[in-house]
Design a protein around this ligand. Structure first.
Ligand code: MG
Ligand code: MG
Length: 278
């Protein structure tokens, strides 16, 4: 631990990479399976099968809970249209044009991977496509802004700066943030999606972070449904969410939940792709 942040050894990061690949492959399978007429519970069942096949367990199942909130009852969070994050899979039938975010976490030998992607079912509405493209690109800008000796605020500022550079105005959700990740899914530090360069905790080798911008086509206000989990936009606008788990190695950046480790996106952005031997 350094300043409350769990610093991983290279060996531990390599185990997180195994968890990250389970997450990447499962999310790809869920995106392929999503179609009009499929229920969100069916997608969750597919994710459970993938976890079992990989010999991994879920980061989400039975997470949290308290005197007034049930522990999370599924292995995925599936959030549709005006739902931002933490949607509970169930009988909802996906329809053409739905904007779907799937968030998924896996544990391998005690180490977590956490990632989310968004897509439209069938043909995308043009506004939704732009929203998803900007959210995804802001995530990659945030990841690419990380470097040894830099600060968490460099990531936050890059996400916010990219979103604000767009001609269209998007809401940046502030009540939920990225986070440290490792032997637990949620650890210090928080990684906000807005902030200032040069601020916040230092980026050191072995720090592992989940970067997860959440944008809306409207305002930034959120509300939580009576199920205790599902977070929606207060104004009913549609929302989008992308997430990757990444680390900073002494060689550069490594995206543990991307099939290619982030090489293509990071190289295109001029950042240094620097995996450990895997
Ligand atoms: Mg997640
Ligand atoms: Mg997360």
């Amino acid at each position: 631990m350094a300043g409350g942040i769990e610093v991983k050894t290279p060996e531990q990061v390599l185990v997180m990479r195994r968890a990250g690949l389970v997450v990447a492959r499962t999310l790809a399978a869920l995106r392929d399976a999503a179609a009009p007429g499929v229920t969100t519970a069916e997608l969750d069942a597919l994710a459970r099968d993938e976890l079992a096949r990989a010999g991994a367990t879920s980061s989400f199942l039975h997470y949290g809970g308290g005197w007034d909130v049930q522990p999370f009852p599924a292995v995925t969070c599936i959030s549709v249209n005006d739902e931002i994050v933490h949607g509970i899979p169930g009988p909802r039938v996906l329809a053409e044009g739905d904007l779907v975010s799937v968030d998924f976490g896996a544990i391998v030998d005690g180490w977590h991977g956490d990632s989310a992607l968004s897509f439209s079912v069938g043909a995308a509405r043009p506004d939704d496509q732009r929203l998803s493209d900007v959210t995804r690109a802001s995530m990659w800008r945030g990841i690419a802004a990380a470097r040894l000796g830099g600060r968490v605020g460099d990531i936050s500022a890059a996400i916010q700066g990219y979103v604000r550079s767009q001609r269209e105005r998007y809401g940046i959700v502030r009540e939920f943030t990225g986070h440290g990740i490792g032997s637990q899914m949620h650890q210090a530090p928080d990684v906000p999606n807005h902030g200032k360069r040069g601020r916040g905790p230092l980026l050191t080798p072995g720090i592992c972070l989940a970067i997860e911008p959440m944008l809306t086509l409207g305002g930034e206000g959120t509300a939580t449904l009576d199920d205790g989990w599902t977070v929606v936009t207060r104004d009913g606008s549609r929302a989008c969410h992308w997430e990757h788990t990444m680390t900073v190695t002494k060689h550069g950046l490594w995206v543990l939940t991307a099939e290619d480790g982030g090489e293509a996106e990071l190289t295109a952005l001029g950042a240094t792709f620097g995996p450990l031997a895997d």
